[in-house]
Design a protein around this ligand. Structure first.
Ligand SMILES: Cc1cc2nc3c(=O)[nH]c(=O)nc-3n(C[C@H](O)[C@H](O)[C@H](O)COP(=O)(O)OP(=O)(O)OC[C@H]3O[C@@H](n4cnc5c(N)ncnc54)[C@H](O)[C@@H]3O)c2cc1C
Length: 326
């Protein structure tokens, strides 16, 4: 029977949805086996029950005030030890920026196999098989994670739905000690500054509205933000507009930007270059708005609107507002 382990990432007192999705994936594969989640941080006990509501059987809590923020050197050590405590054979973590950094370090510590940024995973007998987009998303590769110890996976956000919270579902909560000395803490994050207050992270959003060079200038960007506001969406961008300095790089979608997999991706004034598609073609539903009927973006779109975005986008925004939002 497999024992599965999930690293539960949290920020500002809230567990990341990517971690709840990882618990759902673990729950799906565990069958009658145990799903253990780990919380690392300072004063994080109160988050444990919520992990149980979302499918964890057991929650390990590593409370240490030195770990109030993620430490690239100390947190992987704590996680590697907790995997041993859980006796886990499979580890799943959301493929967020922190999750990817952490998981590579844990894999190195445990000399374990790691499949990163997978979009689906399953057990075939004892084999752990993971699907991941390859060749800029043109193909899906199936990767078998081999390891004599634990097998590690990072799961792309929005690939697997989180389980509905069930407040009747409980979990065992156990504190675990952290065995850290100064040499483990030689790298610590002293401050985290949001680039812009309150904006939704494009790589974890369920709806993304992205704009490209068709927007024609930063003074018109508000047309896109209005639609994003109406939909409760994050705003993304093509590299062309990032390179032009209209918007910051942290919202760039694509091969050299962020990889997104939302339920809905709206591309306005984006041609659909292969490097852009690499970052968004695993979206569940793609809506393209472009005045050129030959634009490559239409090849991957589920719905295409051939038209001037300055007419189509405001009309869409108004219609969504009339319907009361997304
Ligand atoms: C190594 C490398 C890495 C790269 N990484 C990335 C990456 O991560 N992300 C990325 O996006 N790109 C990346 N690129 C760049 C990529 O090749 C394209 O140049 C870029 O995606 C084009 O951006 P765009 O679609 O906004 O602009 P364009 O290709 O110029 O397309 C603009 C589109 O807007 C449409 N349009 C114009 N006016 C209107 C209007 N009024 N209404 C409706 N439609 C209109 C046009 O028909 C056109 O299709 C990379 C390139 C390289 C070489």
């Amino acid at each position: 029977m497999n024992k599965l382990f999930v690293y539960a990432e949290h920020r500002e007192g809230i567990v990341k949805r990517a971690s709840l999705e990882a618990i759902a994936a673990a729950r799906d594969m565990a069958g009658d086996g145990e799903v253990t989640a780990l919380l690392v941080g300072s004063g994080v006990d109160e988050l444990a029950a919520g992990l149980g509501h979302h499918g964890a059987d057991r929650v390990l809590v590593a409370n240490d005030e030195r770990l109030g923020r993620y430490s690239p050197t100390a947190t992987p050590k704590v996680v590697a030890e907790a995997i041993g405590v859980a006796g886990a054979s499979i580890y799943i973590c959301g493929a967020t920026a922190q999750g990817k950094d952490l998981s590579a370090r844990v894999a190195a510590r445990l000399d374990a196999g790691l499949a990163s940024d997978v979009t689906a995973l399953r057990l075939d007998g004892d084999d752990l098989l993971c699907e991941k987009p390859v060749m800029s998303g043109k193909a899906i590769g199936t990767v078998k994670v081999a390891s004599d110890t634990v097998r590690l996976v990072t799961l792309r956000p929005n690939s697997v739905p989180a389980l509905e919270a069930d407040s009747n579902r409980s979990c065992a909560v156990e504190s675990i000690a952290t065995d850290l000395d100064d040499s483990d803490l030689h790298s610590i994050v002293t401050e985290a500054v949001r680039s812009e207050g309150g904006k939704i992270d494009v790589s974890e959003a369920d709806i993304v509205v992205s704009g490209g060079r068709g927007i024609t200038g930063p003074e018109h960007w508000a047309v896109l933000e209005d639609l994003a506001d109406a939909l409760g969406a994050a705003v993304g961008a093509s590299r062309a507009v990032v390179d032009a300095g209209w918007v910051p790089h942290d919202i760039q979608v694509g091969q050299t930007g962020k990889v997104v997999s939302p339920g809905l991706y709206v591309a306005a004034g984006i041609s659909g270059a292969i490097q852009h598609l690499a970052g968004m073609n695993s979206s569940k539903c793609i809506v393209a708005i472009n005045k050129d009927p030959e634009a490559p973006i239409f090849k991957v779109a589920d719905y295409g609107v051939v038209g001037d975005l300055f007419e189509v986008v405001p009309a869409l925004t108004e219609a969504i507002r009339e319907l009361g939002g997304a």
